[in-house]
Design a protein around this ligand. Structure first.
Ligand SMILES: CC(C)(COP(=O)(O)OP(=O)(O)OC[C@H]1O[C@@H](n2cnc3c(N)ncnc32)[C@H](O)[C@@H]1OP(=O)(O)O)[C@@H](O)C(=O)NCCC(=O)NCCS
Length: 194
């Protein structure tokens, strides 16, 4: 059985969309979700909430990368809030264009544990196919819930980097993981999401 179409009965109360630029309202929602996550997690680049100027730098840089098509932003939009966001960056070198990395993936703390991550996977597969991406990588702090989630979803570790992150004076290792797009398709099919 396939997942219900957006808007259909039983469909989740959000819409998954790829953004190719950040209009001011998107930038606002992006930063609001990022800050809600940083209130609770220190695993997405910052040890805690950032200030207004830092936030504006983040969205200015992201907008430029999106417009240049060097980055692609997937969001789950519910009214005026993003409940999920993640950036996909395709490798720029001709020899490596078949690879992309997913970073700054985050789910609103109030929406966690409801399978939202699974429901994003068909959208990722569409984007990977469009871009010709066959190998997907990501990196995550060792021992974090996110590491467990990615492993559970089928990502395989290919290396551990000591001193990957430094948070409040403590050093943490990072786990580098990958999955091929065909493997991702297989996993999503088994879950009846495609
Ligand atoms: C990582 C994160 C995105 C996961 O979001 P989530 O909403 O909890 O994920 P889901 O509910 O869709 O869970 C996906 C699967 O992982 C499983 N899972 C969740 N937490 C788990 C854990 N700690 N250990 C093992 N499996 C776990 C879920 O049970 C689910 O699988 P199932 O349907 O087979 O039961 C979210 O915790 C988050 O935003 N964390 C903070 C930001 C962050 O660290 N991002 C990672 C940067 S790479």
């Amino acid at each position: 059985m396939k997942a219900p179409e957006e808007g259909a009965p039983g469909a989740p109360p959000y819409q998954l969309r790829w953004l190719d630029r950040l209009e001011p309202e998107h930038a606002k929602r992006y930063l609001e979700l990022y800050l809600r996550v940083l209130e609770r997690d220190s695993t997405v680049g910052f040890a805690g909430p950032f200030d207004e100027a830092t936030g504006q730098n983040i969205v200015r840089h992201l907008d430029a990368e999106l417009r240049a098509r060097r980055a692609h932003l997937l969001v789950a939009e519910a009214g005026e809030r993003f409940l999920f966001q993640a950036t996909c960056i395709q490798s720029g070198a001709p020899n490596n264009r078949h690879m992309a990395t997913v970073y700054r993936a985050m789910v609103d703390p109030s929406e966690r544990g409801q399978g939202l991550m699974w429901r994003t996977l068909p959208a990722f597969i569409s984007k990977f196919r469009e871009l010709g991406v066959d190998v997907v990588t990501l990196d995550v702090r060792e021992g974090s819930p996110a590491e467990q989630v990615w492993r559970h979803m089928g990502f395989k570790p290919y290396g551990v980097l000591p001193d990957y992150a430094r948070v409040h004076g403590k050093s943490y290792a990072g786990v580098y993981m990958y999955m091929t797009t065909p493997e991702l398709v297989e996993i999503v099919r088994k879950r009846n999401l495609l």
